[in-house]
Ligand binder design. Structure first.
Ligand code: AMP
Length: 285
């Protein structure tokens, strides 16, 4: 596996790996890799001829009071895992490589950027879309893999790809969970043991929402109420039932619905979601 930390070098190496009959897959991450990330890499390896991955803790998507400085970093272990999974090229860069002095251009999206996680993280999605577009331009992948775990992110990336006519196929992969249902996240290590126990309620709340939907509840407000009753132990940032295309709350559940929530614990803010068909079966954004 090649490891590169400069953009021109990444472009050059990708040009050498690219071939008309080779499908190039990209897996963007912020590192501190776990089975969730590796599931994306494995899907990419299965479906693509060449797989590139990036490990970049993107300062543009962190607010001033957020955990950029404390975000877990373990490049050596990440590189070993990616190499074992058959990744051809790992890109890892300093913030200054991606945002050199004088950097001025950001990708914005109206409406959706202020919904859900955007409510408490106002510049987060501007940072996410900007870095993802930069990575798409550097790697020019045919396919890019993202997790359902960050549902709003993948919905907004798909919107960007469609709106800006980008030639990349964005694929959403299912959420990988711990045995008690907690969605795997690099930030889980920052939970106290009590909060770690409470955090299993996030998944239980989503399951309660799913069961209510399957039993015929089509009122988004009631689904939210059902989920809220199961949560406890952390400070709720939001609990919503939204249309996965628009991220707006529909009057009634007609086809797909995204049950989504964010809860703040002293050590970490956690997010989780379930995208469901109207009969309660699971699907992906
Ligand atoms: P991150 O390093 O947190 O930016 O995540 C990189 C990619 O991995 C994103 O597309 C995430 O949605 C995805 N991801 C993170 N956690 C999980 C998980 N538990 N299951 C599936 N995908 C995940």
């Amino acid at each position: 596996m090649l490891i590169v930390d400069k953009i021109p070098q990444a472009i050059q190496e990708m040009n050498a790996l690219r071939h008309p009959r080779r499908i190039v897959g990209l897996v963007p991450t912020m590192g501190a890799l776990h089975e969730g990330h590796l599931s994306l890499v494995r899907a990419a390896r299965l479906n693509c001829d060449v797989v590139a991955a990036s490990v970049f803790v993107n300062p543009a998507q962190f607010g001033a009071a957020e955990d950029f400085d404390h975000y877990p970093r373990n490049l050596e272990a990440d590189a070993a895992l990616l190499e074992k999974e058959g990744v051809a090229l790992l890109f890892t860069a300093d913030p200054g490589e991606m945002y050199p002095e004088g950097y001025a251009t950001f990708v914005g999206q109206e409406e959706m950027a202020s919904r859900l996680c955007g409510g408490s993280r106002p510049k987060h999605f501007r940072g996410v879309l900007t870095v993802v577009l930069k990575l798409f331009n550097i790697f020019r992948p045919n396919v890019a893999y993202f997790g359902q775990k960050d549902a709003q992110q993948v919905v907004m990336i798909k919107r960007m790809v469609s709106d800006l006519n980008l030639a990349v196929d964005v694929r959403t992969m299912p959420i990988i969970r711990e045995p008690d249902g907690l969605a795997m996240s690099s930030r889980n290590v920052y939970l106290s043991s009590q909060d770690r126990r409470d955090a299993a309620r996030l998944y239980r709340a989503l399951c309660a929402g799913r069961e209510a939907l399957a039993a015929g509840e089509k009122d988004p407000g009631r689904l939210v109420e059902t989920m809220r009753q199961v949560l406890g132990g952390g400070e709720i940032d939001y609990v919503e039932a939204v249309d996965p295309r628009t991220l707006l709350t529909p009057e009634r559940v007609r086809d797909r619905i995204l049950l989504t929530l964010a809860v703040r614990y002293p050590g970490a803010r956690l997010i989780d979601n379930m995208c469901l068909n109207s009969d309660g079966t699971e699907t992906l954004c």
